[in-house]
Each structure stands twice: as C-alpha cells, then as structure tokens.
Design a protein around this ligand. Structure first.
Ligand code: GTQ
Length: 347
C-alpha cells in the first residue's frame, strides 16, 4: 500500500507536534515576538493614590497581624502583570505598614530591598546589627542576604514604599531566604554609626568594600532636601529632569544597590519639562508637592505620597505646580552594566 497523501499544511502540523514532543519549537513562528524593534512587555502606566492605598493598608492592619503576614504589604501590581507581583517587568513594589508596638521578624533573602518612608517618624528598620530611625522621605536599603527586621515603638503607624528586585531574581532563579529564628537581630552598633562612618564624605582609612551595596543603610531626607534646595537656589533646572540626583555608593561611586538605581529630583514651581524616554521602566513617588506627568498620551495627576509607574521607552514629561520632590527607582544599574541602557531627550 502507498502512504496516504497528506497536504503540506497537515505535514507542517504533524511536524510541529513532533517538535513539541521533542522539547523543540520552530523559531520562525516566534522570532518577531521575541526580538522586537522596541520594548514590548505591555507594562502600563498606572497611578496609585495615597489616600486609597492608606485606607486599604489600615484595613489590612485590622484584618491581618504582622506575625501572620510576616510583612504586612500591599503589592503594587502593574495591570499588565496581574497576579505576578510585578510593578515593572523586572521590579516589585509594595506599601508596608507597621502598627504601633509591632515587630516584623528578622529574615534575610538574596533579593535586595529599598524602603522609601512615606508616613510616620521614629519607627526603625534594623540591618546588619544597626537600627535606622525612619523619617518621611528617608531612603533606606537592605542589601542582599543581610538580616533585617522592622519595629515601631511610636504611637503612630509607619508606612513606607518597598522596592525589591524580586522579578529579576526570579528570572535568574537565584532566590534564597531564611529566618533568623528570633524576632529581632542583636543590635551590635549604635544608630547613626554607618552614616557617620560612610555617609559624611569620609571613609575609614583602611576601608575595603565587603559587598556590592552601599555601606550607608540610610540616606536621610533632611540632607537630600538640603542639597536639592541649594541646587535650586544656585541655578536653572535641567530642561528634562529638573534638579535630579542619584543616590550613590560612596565606596564605588556607583548606585547604592547593584540591581536598583534610586533617584531624587526637585521640580521647581512651574517646571514644565521636555519629553524624555529611557529603557528603564521607573516607579515614582512624590514626597512633596503636586503636579502632573505625561506618559505617552496619558496624563497622571499626582500629589504627595501617590505612587506611579512609567513603562520602558515611554516618553515622559513632568510638570510641577508648586515645588515638588520626586523619588524614583528602576533597574538602570543592571541595564548599564549589561550595555542595554538607552535614553532619548526630545527638544
Ligand atoms: O520588608 O523584608 O515588600 O522580604 C517584600 C518582601 C518587604 C521585607 C516586601 C520582603 C520585605
């Protein structure tokens, strides 16, 4: 008997099925979606208003204990990545609440974390044996694999924005985590020690870097704000960014963390920025003031403590009504280290 003739389409279908059975796939069906002419994750611009976030977080405070939650956090999920705990393709963001008297127990993980304090004065986070006191606008880091626990001995709730490289570590499949076994790590250095040692334009004379992250755990807003104010007095803002600075590891001159870049910018009253785009999708929060940011053809109107996200390669224009200060973070260090970072200023 001659073989049954099958047409070319059936032959292909049969071929693709057999490829699948052999853990293979034809590149010609996926190439255009894999290697795109421009960034194409679908990541969307989105605003979270603080009053709504805060109300939901306080509800979480009543419904879930910090012991049960370990970290009482509402994750900011990009609408394009529902259920994936991503605010951008590579980064995670969340809002964390620690109520008066609470302790979030000590643990460590390979993911790096940043905290940007939005509300409450006097709570603390302990990192590597030192407690750092929190004030609104402070930028605090938890480097990879450092023990950290949080506590609030004040009479008011403390709320901060968490930024972590969770999706990035997930992509690399390099997650490790463990609990210390006691709620609080032993305190071995007084509060303020690392800031005096590494954050005063000085370094210990024989200092050798011990890790990739900045040895300064806390960048107090009082100092950041003072520098920005002086820059504002001294000259015109950059036409795209206003007065924009990046947080620095004083040992290397690089970013404060190896995977997450952090920035603070003052937009003077009436600032009307020109369009700018870059390949690092960015999470912003205002610590002072209000304004609006055009992201592509969308306009985001923000006030103090609102959080918004800008996708990769979307044109951004900032406008500020009164003086405004924006904190932001992105995966720029990774993109720069790998030669991927691109930016474009429009006239
Ligand atoms: O505070 O240690 O938002 O481990 C996510 C994971 C916060 C933290 C988050 C964490 C933490």
């Amino acid at each position: 008997m001659p073989p049954t003739p099958i047409d070319a389409v059936d032959k292909r279908q049969d071929f693709y099925r057999r490829l699948g059975e052999n853990a293979l796939s034809p590149l010609w069906l996926s190439l255009a979606a894999l290697v795109t002419p421009q960034p194409s994750s679908g990541c969307r611009a989105r605003l979270w208003r603080y009053p709504e976030l805060r109300a939901l977080l306080m509800e979480a405070g009543e419904l879930v204990s910090v012991e049960e939650a370990e970290r009482r956090v509402l994750v900011l999920e990009n609408p394009a990545f529902a259920g994936q705990s991503r605010v951008t393709t590579s980064l995670y963001a969340g809002l964390q609440l620690v109520m008066p008297g609470e302790r979030a127990r000590s643990h460590r993980h390979t993911q790096s974390a940043l905290r940007f304090v939005l509300e409450g004065t006097g709570a603390y986070t302990a990192v590597d044996g030192e407690r750092t006191t929190m004030h609104p606008g402070d930028f605090i880091i938890t480097p990879s694999w450092q023990w950290h626990d949080h506590g609030n001995d004040t009479d008011d709730p403390v709320i901060w924005l968490d930024g972590l490289d969770i999706p990035l570590v997930q992509a690399l499949d390099a997650s490790f985590a463990e609990h210390l076994g006691v709620v609080e790590q032993p305190v071995s250095r007084p509060t303020g020690d690392s800031l005096a040692r590494y954050g005063a334009n000085l370094l210990p004379v024989d200092h050798r870097p011990t890790g990739l992250a900045s040895p300064i755990f806390s960048y107090p807003y009082s100092r950041t704000r003072e520098a920005l104010e002086t820059l504002r007095r001294n000259g015109d803002p950059d036409a795209w960014h206003g007065h924009k600075m990046r947080f620095v590891n004083p040992v290397t001159g690089g970013f404060a963390m190896p995977t997450i870049g952090t920035f603070m910018q003052l937009l003077p009253a009436g600032f009307d920025g020109r369009p700018y785009r870059c390949t690092d999708a960015t999470v912003y929060t205002a610590i002072e003031g209000e304004g609006r940011t055009q992201v592509g053809d969308q306009t985001i109107e923000w006030s103090a403590r609102d959080v918004f996200v800008v996708p990769s390669w979307s044109p951004v224009r900032h406008h500020a009504s009164g003086d405004a200060v924006l904190f932001s973070f992105s995966d720029r260090p990774v993109q720069q280290a790998t030669g991927l970072f691109r930016e474009e200023r429009s006239p």
